[in-house]
Design a protein around this ligand. Structure first.
Ligand code: LLP
Length: 428
């Protein structure tokens, strides 16, 4: 187990707090998040890069975990954010992140999104020439000017699940590298737009560093071309995507230091060749928050059938990754954490779908009704992707910090499920 997870008296602890105790205090299902771990991850990721080059800005990919307490903890450390919607933009500002440390990303921004970016004075990663023209019009309308990057599609194959490889030639994101110079030329000619950056993101949960180095290579080539065109680049944003070891025993995940050692020489050589000194921006989501949280579920019943099913009170309504990407998360019986495995169990959620399995065929100490199952590494794209499917209110989120615990989001109730519904008021 990583160092923020420990076992004492048979109980699993996160950030020094007994998970069994927390489940008793707050009820289940429950997300528990170690904010100290997130801060530690942020510091480590940042210093791995600044060891090579001082002008680094780490932007937290807010989609990975949108809880305001998480965003505030990162804001206090100087983090910015990759925001992918107007909601994420508002949250980042509420969390105290500086507008100049935000990048408004997205391949399908609405007129409202563009107007908000202009109003708040945040930089925009523009995903098409059509969007560029709309943004120019929005900026003109507001009498302001907007700094932008274009998102480059680097056309790179990456080793990850196909649903989260975002820089393939065929994926919906970014402008093809061969059209990128034309896009910058048009941006340079816009009266209210200043192209100051280049952006890309090749995908997520990547467990090799070599694809990141290749992407950096594409980025510095583009940087040179658009500099020659007359753009003054203030930043190159190489996106996020560094994976974490969900299989604690067998995954060999690159460290941030290894990531930096692969990417930085390409970046530094490239900007030297281009004769420029832009900041390096990175957008990690999963690496900062993934290992900070566990999802605690209570065992409702155990059924010996074709397999032995352990039916718990959390399913893909609260953690969709196993159902959506066949993702693996380690599972621990939190109140039997020191007991040896005695059989093979499949952890099934309460949702009315066959695919609602949080973990399959795991060797565990016999779970019984009332036991607590902890699903590890649930901090990234966990609560963030939760839903009210099957009319289940979302669960609470508890933060642990400096040995203390506190609610950072209350559990929803049935009123929260029906809050936005109304009797239809028919109109002609
Ligand atoms: N920047 C951009 C533009 C992105 O689209 C993403 C993730 C990131 C940064 C952060 O990537 P990270 O460092 O977290 O890998 N729901 C999926 C992952 C989707 C990632 C989408 N974009 C999952 O649960 O695996």
């Amino acid at each position: 187990l990583p160092s923020h997870l420990t076992v004492e008296g048979g109980h699993l602890y996160l950030g020094g707090r007994d998970i069994v105790d927390l489940a008793r205090t707050y009820g289940t299902p429950l997300y528990v998040t170690d904010l100290d771990r997130i801060v530690g991850n942020f510091k480590r990721f940042t210093s791995a890069l600044t060891a090579h080059y001082p002008a680094v800005q780490v932007l937290f990919a807010a989609k990975a975990n949108g809880n305001l307490a998480v965003m505030r903890a990162l804001a206090e450390q100087g983090a910015g954010a990759d925001v992918f919607s107007s909601g994420e933009l508002e949250l980042a500002l509420q969390a105290g992140m500086l507008p100049e440390r935000l990048l408004f990303n997205g391949s399908s921004k609405s007129p409202g999104d563009l107007a908000l970016a202009v109003e708040k004075g945040v930089r925009v990663s523009v995903d098409s020439v059509d969007e560029l023209r709309q943004l120019e019009a929005a900026a003109a309308e507001a009498g302001k000017s907007v700094e932008i990057a274009f998102r480059v599609n680097p056309a790179l194959e990456v080793p990850t699940h196909p649903k989260i490889a975002t820089g393939l030639k065929t994926s919906k994101f970014g402008i093809p590298a061969e059209e990128i110079v034309g896009a910058y030329a048009e941006a340079l000619a816009c009266e209210h737009i200043d192209p100051v950056g280049i952006h890309c993101h090749i995908g997520s949960q990547i467990l090799e560093v070599e694809p990141f180095a290749r992407a950096a290579g594409v980025m510095v080539e583009v940087a040179k071309e658009v500099t020659d065109l007359g753009a003054h680049l203030k930043f190159l944003d190489v996106g996020g995507g560094l994976g974490i070891p969900y299989h604690h025993d067998t995954d060999s995940a690159p460290t941030p230091e290894e990531y930096a050692a692969a990417v930085m020489p390409v970046f530094l050589q490239g900007i030297r060749d281009a004769g420029i000194d832009p900041a390096l921006w990175v957008e990690p989501g999963r690496w900062l928050v993934g290992d900070s949280s566990i999802l605690v579920a209570r065992v409702n019943s155990v059924k010996r059938a074709h397999r032995t099913f352990v039916n718990v009170d959390a399913g893909f309504n609260l953690l969709v990754r196993p159902a959506m990407y066949d993702s693996y998360h380690e599972v621990v019986v939190a109140n039997k954490a020191d007991q040896p495995a005695d059989g093979t169990y499949t952890i099934a959620g309460p949702i009315c779908e066959t695919g609602d399995l949080l973990a399959q065929d795991r060797d565990l100490p016999a779970p019984e009704a009332g036991d607590l199952v902890a699903v590890l590494d649930a901090g990234a794209y966990g609560f963030a992707m939760s839903s009210q499917y099957n009319s289940r209110p979302r669960c609470a989120e508890v933060a642990v910090r400096g040995g203390k615990h506190a609610l950072m989001r209350r559990a929803e109730n049935l009123d929260d499920v029906t809050a936005a519904m109304q009797e239809p008021g028919w109109q002609d």
